[in-house]
Structures are given as C-alpha cells and as structure tokens.
Write a protein that binds this ligand. Structure first.
Ligand SMILES: [Zn+2]
Length: 400
C-alpha cells in the first residue's frame, strides 16, 4: 500500500462557506490558544502536554467545541501546535490570522464522498452540513482516509489522502513503464531554465516574470503592521489578492513541472541532476532567489517520486563534482571558470561548446560510469521524437 495525497479545488456556496469558516475559526482559536500559552510562558519550555491539560480544564464547563469539531480534528490541531513549538526553538510562534491560509483536518468519520442520484459527479459531504460540496475537478480515487480543507486567498481546497495498492497505482502509470535504455544529464540554469544533454534547452513559462512583477508591486503596498491590518479592510483585501496571485504562479509552476518531469521520465531511463545543496545563486533579490530555488527542488522531488513509481533511476552528482569546469570531450579540468564565461573552450582538445550543455553532458557521463553501457549517442530520429513530445505537452524549448 502507498499513501497518496490529492488536492482538488472546491466550489462552495455562501452557506457552505460560513460552515467551513466556522470550522476554521475553532481550529484557529485552539492553535492560537496554545501559541499564546507558549509565547507568554517565561522560559518557553511549555509543551504540548501541558497546553492540552490547560485546554481540557478550560473547556470542562462548556465543551461545545466538540459539537463543531471532532476529537480527531482537535488532536490534529494539537499536533500542529507541537510541531510549531519544535520549529520555534524559544522564539515566538506566529498566531494564525483569519485572512491568511486556514485549514481544518477531518477524518473519514466526519465526511464522505457521495453521488447524487447515480449521476457521474461526486460531492463532498461534511458532517452536519446539509448540502454536499461540489468539486471543481475530477476525483480519480475514492474512499479517502482523511481530508484537509483549506483556504488560500478566496479559494477553497480539499487535500485528500488515500491508501492505494501499489499494483493499482502502477497500472495507471503503465505507459511510463516502458524501458528506453536512454540516459540524460540535466543542468539547471540561473534563469530558471534547464539545459539537457541532448542539445535542448527547456525554458519555464514566461508568465513567471509578469507575475513576479505583480507580486513585488503588491508586496510594497501591503502593510503587515498589526494595528494597520486590524484597522484597514483594504489592506486585508490586498493580502487576499496577493495570495490569489501566489496561487496562480504556483499553479503555473506545478503544471509546467508536472508535464516536464513526465516527459523526461517517459523518454529516459537514467537521469542525472546536479546536487543543489551547495548551489550558489547569482541573483541577490530575495523573492526571485527563493522562487528559483523552490522550483528546482520541486523538480527534484517530482522526478524522484515519478522515478520510484516507474522503476526509472535518478542520479545526483556528488556535491563537489564540478560539472561545468570539466571538458566533456577529453576530461581536462579547468581550475578557474568565471561565471560570465558562457562558452566553454578547452585548451587541450580545442572543444568549443555552450557552458551549460558541457555541464549537462558531463552529468550524463556520470551515469555511464555507474551503470555501464547506456545509449548516450545523440541520434537525429530520437531528437525529433523528443521534440514532438515537448511540443505535444506545450513545453517551450530551443535547440542549441
Ligand atoms: Zn578537452
């Protein structure tokens, strides 16, 4: 059995929104109660256990909180208090605010997935809520174990967790299973692009840049001062707007990476990436740096997950391996290589090659060292096939 999470968007009417917001309110207030106790304690040594005892004493007289939330949901909130305490390490825990991301955890005793009069559409039925909630997307699996309902900006989501037999999971991914005996090196560029050792440069969607500008502009306008946020409705509106833009950027990013990693896993058996641990980024602007960092590590995670499900292999180069300094033709290592040198010229064999392509080929060669013979030659037929798959998935690319 394998645990799988699937997030879908929900479409709520006003009554349902009020109901869910009520669930958020109670979860948030339990979390904030624990966080306040921790923040106000002198030596910050108060743990989950003590907070729970105090909480139980407090609600002894009036336990209507359990009319709204189940015991499991309350327990889950205490777990998140516990992890917040661990992460805080003697600093203050940030309190949850109604206008930021909110969520509530429900086990399958509290909800069910139902069908209306044998129609093909499924709905989410939550505890005492009379009308079932519509899904905006299709659910692939049924019978979830638990769900986290959350809100970001003004959008609501349900993140289900399923326990699924491996055979079933693999059956759906059968097309990705076929062996190709091909291998690939991927070099990650600073401008959020990927140089592949088969002469392709894949660029991430341009929309990134427009939205990054938008985010910068919005972030400048928002005041995160406590009093100002309490006073100004417009400020809160801007926060929600910003979260919506974040959601949009995130969706574009996930969509692109999902398609791109799928293409790679379908076409190649062995993929070698560089280790990101000691990667230095040129950009000094905080958001852009985090953003690029984030999408690279997300690509790693997605590739690894897909590879493990389809018996393909992902290699990570040793973190001290200087992929861009070594000549991919004769193996001579340059001692110094300026970041501004975009073309690699080898003094020994006279190779002139794009710097990133050189690095990507070196990464691909690492695979050969480990597993023996793989088809490393660049064949025209395969190139055009790869090109057509990229086009089919609407992925932007250039040939070097
Ligand atoms: Zn050389």
């Amino acid at each position: 059995m394998e645990l799988i999470a699937k997030k879908v968007r929900l479409e709520l009417n006003n009554k349902q929104k009020t109901y869910i917001e009520n669930l958020f309110y109670y979860t948030r207030s339990i979390f904030n109660y624990g966080a306040m106790l921790f923040n106000n304690s002198k030596d910050k040594k108060i743990g989950e256990k003590e907070i729970r005892e105090k909480f139980n004493k407090r609600i002894e007289k009036d336990n209507h909180i359990y009319e709204v939330l189940s015991i499991e949901s309350v327990n889950h909130t205490f777990k998140s208090i516990n992890s917040a305490i661990k992460n805080a390490s003697k600093k203050e825990i940030k309190l949850k605010k109604s206008y930021f991301k909110n969520s509530v955890f429900l086990t399958n005793n509290d909800f069910s997935i139902v069908r209306k009069n044998n129609s093909k559409y499924y709905f989410l039925k939550v505890r005492s809520l009379k009308t079932p909630i519509k899904f905006k997307e299709k659910l692939i699996y049924l019978n979830p174990l638990s769900v986290v309902i959350s809100r970001l900006g003004n959008k609501y989501f349900a993140s289900f967790s399923f326990s699924i037999k491996k055979e079933v999971l693999y059956l759906q991914k059968r097309e990705l299973f076929t062996k190709t005996d091909r291998s690939l090196g991927v070099d990650l560029g600073i401008k959020n692009n990927y140089t592949l050792s088969n002469n392709f440069i894949v660029t991430s969607p341009e929309t990134y840049n427009c939205y990054i500008e938008k985010i910068r502009k919005l972030q400048k306008k928002i005041s995160y001062d406590k009093n100002e946020l309490a006073k100004s409705n417009n400020n809160i509106k801007r926060v929600i707007k910003l979260q919506n833009v974040f959601y949009k950027v995130d969706s574009i990013k996930h969509d692109f990476l999902n398609k791109f990693t799928s293409v790679l896993i379908k076409t190649f058996d062995n993929i070698c990436l560089e280790n990101l641990e000691f990667r230095k980024f040129q950009s000094d602007k905080k958001y852009v740096k985090n953003f690029i960092n984030n999408s690279f590590s997300l690509m790693h995670i997605k590739l690894k997950r897909k590879a493990s499900r389809t018996n393909k292999r992902i290699y990570l180069a040793n973190k001290y391996y200087a992929s861009s300094k070594i000549c991919s033709n004769c193996g001579r290592k340059k001692e110094y290589l300026e970041l501004s040198e975009r073309i690699y010229t080898c003094p020994r064999c006279g190779l002139v090659i794009d710097r990133d392509l050189n690095a990507a080929i070196n990464l691909e060669k690492l695979i050969n060292k480990n597993v023996g013979v793989v088809d490393a030659e660049l064949k025209l037929r395969l190139q055009s096939k790869f090109e057509s798959i990229l086009l089919k998935n609407k992925i932007k690319f250039n040939c070097i």
